[in-house]
Write a protein of this length. Structure first.
Length: 278
């Protein structure tokens, strides 16, 4: 089956004055949960490393933020250096937390992980985090409305493990676990980027469509109504051997015959025995 590609509206579409109704249809954003990613055999270990690395990178981000406050305003070079580190640590922590939360949500849906309870965010008033147990390890994951509704549980007292201060605190052989995490994150990161790019296009389309409807309402643009073509009336084809009773056919033939014409009488031939010469 051939799928018709949807052409999305751009900001430049606002320059037009005529639009088709199907062009303005809203488009639903793509869901992160629909990403197709592999489920490695050592997923539990990879998730532990990813979770602890995210904590380490976020702690480094907070530390560098404090360092930036102490830098002299005229020292632009050091400011730029610290700002680069901030982007590095924050970006890494973000993608690591995203992939951790993504896999934990999948494991919850598959019944392989359980929600032990929820904890309040220390900084955000109405934000909660889920304590998710998987293979005897307790992960802290952002509690989405979907998780809160699907897995009801009480608030619990939970003391999280101390944040790693060095990479060696996560795993002594740094190169080994960093290489493993890089391979783990790569397919997710590539697909996530495509999804994020597509969702940005969808957001622009829906925003522009809304503005166009306002233009149409204000008579600054017109909406082309689809022209409905009348379906052609097709008469059923009849064949000589159509399903008509034999009696009716014979009756019709006789009616159509001229009065002077008589029905033909078929004379059966007699069979004569031949005398063979003896």
């Amino acid at each position: 089956m051939e799928v018709k590609e949807i052409i999305m509206l751009k900001q430049s579409s606002l320059e037009r004055t005529e639009f088709k109704e199907e062009e303005l249809a809203p488009i639903k954003k793509l869901d992160l949960n629909d990403l197709k990613v592999p489920m490695p055999k050592n997923l539990d270990q990879l998730l532990i490393w990813t979770s602890e690395l995210a904590q380490y990178n976020y702690a480094q981000f907070l530390d560098q933020s404090e360092q930036l406050k102490l830098v002299d305003e005229d020292n632009l070079e050091e400011q730029a250096e610290i700002s680069q580190k901030l982007r590095f640590y924050r970006g890494n922590a973000l993608i690591e937390n995203q992939i951790k939360d993504f896999y934990l949500k999948k494991l919850l849906d598959q019944g392989e992980a359980t929600v032990k309870g929820y904890i309040k965010s220390p900084t955000k008033k109405n934000t909660r985090y889920a304590v998710i147990s998987y293979h005897d390890y307790d992960f802290v994951s952002f509690a989405t409305p979907e998780i809160l509704n699907k897995f009801p549980a009480d608030l619990i007292n939970f003391v999280q493990k101390e944040t790693p201060k060095t990479l060696a605190d996560i795993y002594p052989e740094e190169a080994v676990f960093l290489s493993a995490i890089k391979k783990f994150i790569k397919p997710f990161k590539a697909q996530y980027k495509k999804l994020a790019d597509k969702n940005r296009e969808i957001k622009e389309h829906n925003t522009v469509a809304h503005k166009i409807y306002i233009k149409i309402k204000n008579k600054e643009a017109t909406l082309q109504k689809p022209t409905e073509s009348k379906p052609k009336e097709s008469s059923p084809k009849t064949t000589e051997n159509s399903a008509v009773p034999v009696e009716m056919k014979q009756g019709t033939i006789q009616k159509n015959m001229a009065p002077q014409e008589k029905p033909l009488t078929v004379i059966k031939k007699r069979k004569f025995a031949l005398n063979k010469d003896k």
